[in-house]
Design a protein around this ligand. Structure first.
Ligand code: HAS
Ligand code: CU
Length: 649
């Protein structure tokens, strides 16, 4: 299909000339109220959701690049038998850093970034709830990421795998600080994820535009809501696990030490009680993106909206009942294993429902546009279904016992993670970057990057199924030539190079678009969501007049310029709070101004959690500092009172 034609930019309101038009006066006032303070300090004190979301996206992408680089090093090492490019110790560090980076510093944060940047726009509010908490979550994430990479430079990077099983990761077999660094990285990223999740839930429940009742909420928003709830229930398990591990290592407790009455399987239970939901925490937001793209490019109402919502919620629940399928080889009672097999197979149902709803939407498309984002969606469907099928295979105990800890599992999870999350994400970035930057990315390079990525991906990971079935174990730094694994490994390495080229094409396209891309206009894709009702990039207050919603596809169903229903004051940062179910206007809430307090609080958190690697006294020190900062956080601002609607002039 032809490339989308960007609409001409609407006449810009001339803001310098004094004017008597009340609309322009209002806009001028809004700009004054919501603008960021100038300079570097102003930059550090940012609390606007689009800005924080963008920072999340850029930072996560940098970690994606670093994780990818590490993967290439592994692929070089494995490309031929008995290679000595990496020594075993460095290989351990590299696969641990690769897995931990991709899961904790890329996949989860980038989904948070998408949520923080886009959800408030999609639901038609001026800023996310708890803007300072959002800023705090970003700083904590950044510090946690910097921590591991700085330690990497000092040869202190973790080396016990991304799931750090005890006893390997315990004090006996992992002396030194490496695993402590890992445990603290986990603590940082989980605090950050929890903070972001609380913000998402509140924003979605309390700040939707009038008329956007729950059953009109965009599927992307639903997916982020379910994801946020999953974060709230899954992350505490891993924070507990990593804290117990840190205590075992630092102050000689014995939570995981069987000889002192501890339990090493407890680690696996706690880890996977988080670890399995984690994969849906990454995958569900991607499905939200797919639902949006499929609808926009089919130019048709989403087929099976209710079924899709129920599938999201069902996955959110069932996702907590599968964790033992990662532990089939640990020798648990058979009845228990059967339960987890059944649950793992059951979760294919909601995934299947989603796939069939998307196919039905595409099938009945008015005019299917095969623009770059849509190509990524089609690539996703192909790859994810393959990955899902190997998942169902792994859920059966006899098969799993054969291929557990082999490259078959590596193939499975890259099919679901890259196919199921990275492909939709790249499609979504092609789709929403014009909104966030105001510039279109090149369609030609976009399509090229898709095909290179698609070919590179399958070339890299398809052979791994075969390698796994032939017995090649994961996490072993080399293999003997007699095993006959050399050719397929070489193929996988070549695929890895192609994959890298694909990612570079994407990055290049993005950088090119920043300067040369066509101006996007408000709604370059002619899409249905509220985020397209404002300018690209949106002003710091998102919408001058608050939108109202009368259906699931507002821009297709109604003229965008609805008159205001409820006026908000423009001389302070007000957002409209609406009711949870039907989004009836409830009251106005004043948001805090930009402030350095979140950054200070993140630094205080860092004092505690980085310091504790060296001395337990760091925790009280961090707590005292954090307490002091919190006084500033809660110090009342002059304009901070809530105003009931009824009291409005
Ligand atoms: Fe998985 C290991 C089972 C989905 C990610 N998974 C991993 C690991 C990661 C991961 C990262 O039961 C490795 C962790 C590590 O480092 O060790 N996974 C499943 C199942 C599903 C599944 C049943 N996984 C995901 C998603 C992920 C992800 C999504 C990330 C985004 N996974 C496992 C198991 C292991 C595992 C074992 C442990 C292996 C081991 O030994 O360590 C399901 O959610 C997939 C459902 C989706 C589909 C496709 C669409 C559905 C359609 C309907 C028709 C399909 C039918 C099935 C009726 C099934 C189209 C027919 C079945 C046939 C076999 C033909
Ligand atoms: Cu799992």
């Amino acid at each position: 299909m032809s490339r989308p034609k960007p609409k001409p930019k609407p006449e810009k309101v001339e803001r310098d000339e004094p004017s008597t038009d009340p609309y322009e006066a209002e806009v001028r006032q809004l700009e004054e109220t919501w603008k960021r303070p100038p300079g570097f300090i102003g930059w550090l004190s940012e609390v606007n959701h689009v800005a924080i979301g963008r920072r999340y996206l850029v930072t996560a992408f940098v970690f994606f690049a670093l994780g990818g680089l590490l993967a290439l090093l592994m692929r070089i090492q494995l490309s031929r038998p008995e290679n000595d490019f990496l020594d075993p110790d460095l290989y351990n560090v590299i696969f641990t850093m690769h897995g931990s980076t991709m899961m904790f510093l890329f996949a989860v944060p980038i989904m948070e970034g998408m949520s923080i940047a886009l959800v408030p726009l999609m639901i038609g509010t001026r800023n996310a709830a708890f803007p300072r908490l959002n800023a705090y979550s970003y700083w904590v994430y950044l510090i946690g990421g910097l921590l591991v990479y700085v330690c990497f430079l000092f040869n202190m990077a973790p080396d016990a795998g991304w799931f750090s099983y005890v006893p390997l990761s315990g004090p006996e077999f992992s002396p030194g600080k490496r695993v402590d660094v890992w445990a603290q990285l986990i603590t940082f990223t989980e605090i950050s994820a929890l903070a972001a999740a609380v913000g998402t839930i509140t924003t979605v429940f309390k700040q939707r535009a009038p008329g956007m009742s729950l059953n009109r909420m965009p599927l992307f928003v639903w997916s982020m809501l379910v994801k946020a709830f999953m974060v709230v229930f899954a992350m505490p398990a891993i924070v507990v696990a990593s804290s117990l591990l840190a205590m075992d290592r630092l102050i000689a407790t014995h939570f995981f030490n069987p000889s002192e009455g501890g339990d090493s399987l407890l680690w696996q239970h706690l880890f996977w009680f988080f670890g399995h939901p984690e994969v849906y925490i990454i995958f569900l937001p991607a499905t939200g993106m797919v639902s949006t793209l499929v609808t926009a490019f089919s130019r048709r109402r989403t087929f099976g909206y209710l079924a899709l919502v129920l599938a999201l919620v069902a996955t959110g629940f069932i996702g907590f009942g599968l964790w033992v399928h990662h532990m089939f080889a640990a020798g648990l009672p058979q009845l228990g294993q059967s339960f987890f097999t059944a649950a793992s197979i059951m979760i294919a149902v909601p995934s299947g429902v989603q796939i069939f709803c998307w196919l039905a939407t595409i099938w009945s498309a008015r005019k299917l546009r095969l623009a770059t984002p849509m190509l990524f969606v089609l690539g996703f469907i192909f790859i994810f279904v393959l990955g899902g099928l190997t998942g169902v295979m792994l859920a059966s105990v006899p098969i799993d016992l054969q291929v557990h800890d082999t490259f078959f599992v590596v193939a499975h999870f890259h099919y679901v993670l890259i196919g199921g999350a990275v492909f939709p994400l790249l499609g979504a970035l092609y789709y929403w970057i014009p909104k966030l930057t105001g510039r279109m990315m090149s369609e030609r390079v976009g399509k090229l990057s898709f095909w290179v990525l698609f070919a590179g991906f399958n070339l890299t990971f398809f052979p791994m199924h075969q390698l796994g079935l032939r017995g090649m174990p994961r996490r072993v730094y080399t293999y003997k030539a007699e095993m006959g694994w050399g050719d397929l490994n070489l193929l996988a390495t070549l695929g890895g190079v192609l994959l890298t080229v694909g990612v570079l094409l994407f990055v290049g396209n993005f950088l090119w678009s920043r300067r040369r891309g066509l101006p996007a206009g408000d709604n370059p894709w002619d899409a249905d969501g509220l985020e397209w009702a404002t300018t690209s990039p949106p002003p710091p207050y998102n919408f001058a007049w608050l939108p109202t919603v009368q259906g699931r596809h507002p821009l297709w169903e109604q003229t965008p310029d609805q008159p205001v229903v409820v006026g908000l004051r423009s001389d302070r940062r007000e957002v409209l709070v609406t009711r949870t179910l039907d989004a009836e206007p409830d009251h106005r809430e004043v948001q805090p101004r930009p402030t350095l307090v979140p950054l200070w609080l993140a630094l205080a958190t860092a004092v505690g959690f980085v310091g504790v690697i060296f001395t337990p006294w760091a925790i009280p020190a961090g707590l005292i500092l954090a307490g002091a900062v919190l006084v500033g956080w809660f110090w009342p601002q002059v304009d901070q009172d809530e105003t009931l609607l009824e009291e409005q002039p």
